[in-house]
Design a protein around this ligand. Sequence first.
Ligand code: WTA
Length: 630
Amino acid sequence: MKKISSIEDYNSQYKKSVEQPEAFWADVAENFTWKKKWDSVLKWDFKNYDVKWFLNAKLNITENCIDRHLPQKANDIAFIWESNFEDKPNRTITYQQLHDEVCKLANTLKSFGVVKGDRVCIYMPMIPESVFAMLACARIGAVHSVVFAGFSASSLAGRIQDCDCKVVLTSDGAYRGDKIINLKNVVDEALEICPSVKNVLVYKHTNTTVSINSSRDKWWGDLVPNASDKCEPEVMDSEDMLFILYTSGSTGKPKGVVHTCGGYMVYTCYSFLNVFQYNPGDLYWCTADVGWITGHSYITYGPLLAGASSIIFEGVPTYPDAGRFWKIIDKYKVTHFYTAPTAIRALEALGLDFVKPYRLNSLKVLGSVGEPINEEAWQWYNTNIGKEKCPIVDTWWQTETGGILISPLAGITKTKPSYATLPLPGVQPILVDEKGNEIKGNNVEGNLCIKFPWPSIIRTTYGDHERCKQTYFATYNNLYFTGDGCKRDENGYYRITGRVDDVMNVSGHRIGTAEVESAINAHADVVESAVVGYPHDIKGQGIYAYCIVPSSKKSHEELRKEIIAEVNKIIGPIAKPDKIQIVTGLPKTRSGKIMRRILRKVAEGEINNLGDTSTLLDPAVVEEIVKGAL
Ligand code: WTA
């Protein structure tokens, strides 16, 4: 695929993508292997939401990720795996080995009776087998649903039930720094309420003792190595489901965001190559987990579609010490490094002594994803890691967008700290006011919407198309609403300011306030709670919970511990409240609605500036909350 080569080239490509979107994307799509080409490029309707790309085209994404590269690249490295433990030998996986492993696992899944369209849950650590698992599903047309291995049994069960998974792929355990997490135990607990699951395939990784239910559970090592390494790729329609990935919204349970084969393939490869400007011989490393969309699009699919070589890292940035990332970069001569602002801020706080021992001179491009990168973190990254010679691509996108929508193109777009800068070709952002009127011109601020579909846009939320329509296409007429606030500066550069709905972004993880509230309310003594985000130096946002616990005889300290344990149990440690204030009431309007605006102000420490409180039912409640603020 020919990459954009200069800002002039970007401008002309962008213009073409807006004026002739179908011709533009058809040209890009010509770079892939299709079993049958499309009859038409795009059909779309944002009102009664329905989007289809490359209609009636046939393909298999794994053929494009793997087989297509084999004639030239069979012995090139697809992945280098770096263990949690720095003294443990690494593993390299060539494209040929990737092919063989994926086919063997695909055949094993077939032996369980998995067929095209079946859902398979992947609950695994950051080991190459997780990527094999995603691709093995895609090879046979099964739909993968990867669940981040930090989620609790209850969250896992909810996700398995929502899409009726037939098989779960997991491992005995996962290493995270000096901890071992017993994944198989979590799966066992989840499956007590998941009758749809017929088989569990367990990869032995930590040698942790696990219980095996012999009719249901099989060891990976007993089956996969003996399976055939040839598996014909299933013929998929462009709009057949590729995967489901659950993500939090402002209300209710997490939604299963659905992506389909053709458009997702075209867009993840296109965006990977253009944003990162990856060249053959480079070594790319994205530190995300495959449990999130960044891992799907920019560890698994985008880089493999582009035939790239990547690092997969199992560990955490601070184990055995806070120099681990930089050590790995020097060890393998990483050229492209893509991480989250929360990691940058955490490492910055631990001091430069952990950076100084490393040369970091192989680096060419740095990336940031998942949350706004504040200017200080941007400067630290630029100076100390990029040595002021590596462009930083601040990539804005979402689970629902499938790929990066607004970002500098490395070395092409002039960067500006904390700005995601310009839309990729094919992406048409607009800012609107509360009523949905377009805010034109520059030096303005509003809610970020996109007015035209791009190939990897969400197709539906699994099992509930109405919810997809309501969440993304009902707020504003004929627009996809991102849920983010945004500024546009004098040069037309975009800066994402954060969520404008009840979704928090904690260490780059999306967490709905409603989800945390319902976990807290599961505690027997809590009658009501309200959760808001507040600025946190390292995490970006922290979680502040106000809880009403009227008749409890327990101390506040005890209650706090129990509430945290409840959240860990129901969602997982990522949603653990940072602050819990026990209150006797919540500020409500006369109609009974919680005034979150006031709770946010208190959590932010802005107690002298609470805004209009005239609609409050009981002003005394606010006084009490302010007095007890943490
Ligand atoms: C936020 C992660 C500012 C944003 C890929 C979005 C960002 C949400 C950026 C999606 C960025 C992501 N600058 N904010 N570069 N990237 N976000 O679905 O609020 O986990 O709506 O996808 O993260 O989170 P998600």
